[in-house]
Design a protein. Structure first.
Length: 312
């Protein structure tokens, strides 16, 4: 008899069943941790703070933090809302999104054995094989990618003036098309609409200009199709810098997006860089502007551009 008056039947647990229960719990924990990791990685890749994602998905910031840490167990509707806010299919946030074919499984297993430094060249080989005839023509289009504060716009303008080519900021073209700033566009129409405008604007630039200097928003890598188009049809160069250089330059410009009112600004910036590093590394070349005068960085950029154009 239990002290509260209820009788309690004695239950005997088979010791052999304990490992099964433990394994099941461990598997579930690993699954939730993998979901949290995907949410966190994709948020960082888009340069979104946790608060911004919480607002966009109408999820509490506290619960989102639990999901990202692998503690929260989101319902299908919550996961769908988060995926929509990230402009992703819901399946993209699942660690086991689909069954592999034998061939795909073999390819992925082989890729896991390739040194990280060789992956960009391998990706270009695959893109070349999959490209339609004529689609790999980069002409004399130079695109500069990277996170805000690396020096894309300054270097791009200098390069365009030196070569006598048009200088085109992809974001400015999107704003002209839509008639509003990028933040307003995203707030009013959503990220998916912005990405469609971004792709359309890039298509027009490629069609209209054989020679041009193009700068893009750092988050262009969040749209795989648009970024793949940029890589195929332009000579893409990653302009990069140390996180502290990014931060100091952004602060000097008085522009704190997307780190506004965020006490963990540097941690977020580092997370964004890490989430995008593999995509930025797919560019044909890169230059590091850390701790350099603009003239030094421009000299390096000009040497790279000259070599890329001569190799055509």
């Amino acid at each position: 008899m239990h002290s509260d008056g209820w009788s309690v039947a004695k239950t005997t647990i088979n010791p052999a069943e304990k490992p099964v229960l433990s394994t099941s719990l461990a598997s579930e924990a690993a699954f939730l941790a993998a979901i949290g990791s995907e949410v966190r990685r994709n948020r960082a890749k888009r340069g979104m703070t946790r608060r911004q994602l919480a607002q966009a998905s109408q999820t509490s910031e506290r619960y989102l933090a639990q999901i990202e840490s692998g503690v929260g167990n989101p319902s299908v509707s919550v996961l769908r809302a988060i995926a929509q806010a990230l402009d992703l299919p819901c399946s993209a946030l699942l660690p086991e999104a689909g069954a592999r074919t034998a061939a795909l499984g073999a390819i992925l297993d082989l890729l896991a054995q390739v040194p990280e430094g060789e992956l960009p060249a391998l990706a270009k080989d695959i893109e070349t094989r999959l490209a339609r005839p004529g689609s790999a023509d980069r002409a004399r289009r130079i695109a500069l990618v990277g996170l805000r504060g690396a020096g894309k716009s300054t270097l791009g303008r200098m390069l365009a003036q030196h070569l006598g080519w048009p200088f085109i900021e992809l974001d400015r073209l999107v704003e002209e098309d839509y008639g509003a700033s990028i933040p307003d566009l995203i707030e009013m129409a959503g990220t998916a609409t912005f990405r469609r405008h971004e792709r359309s604007a890039l298509d027009r630039i490629i069609t209209a200009h054989e020679a041009a200097i193009i700068t893009t928003a750092g988050g262009i890598v969040a749209n795989p199709e648009t970024y793949a188009l940029l890589l195929r049809r332009t000579h893409t160069i990653w302009i990069k810098a140390r996180p502290e250089d990014h931060m100091s330059r952004v602060m000097a410009q008085g522009d704190f997006r997307p780190m506004a009112q965020n006490r963990a600004a540097m941690a977020d910036l580092v997370a964004i860089l890490e989430a995008r590093r593999a995509d930025y590394s797919r560019a044909e070349a890169d230059i590091d502007t850390s701790g350099e005068a603009i003239e030094q960085s421009f000299a390096k950029l000009l040497r790279i551009v000259t070599a890329l154009l001569e190799a055509r």
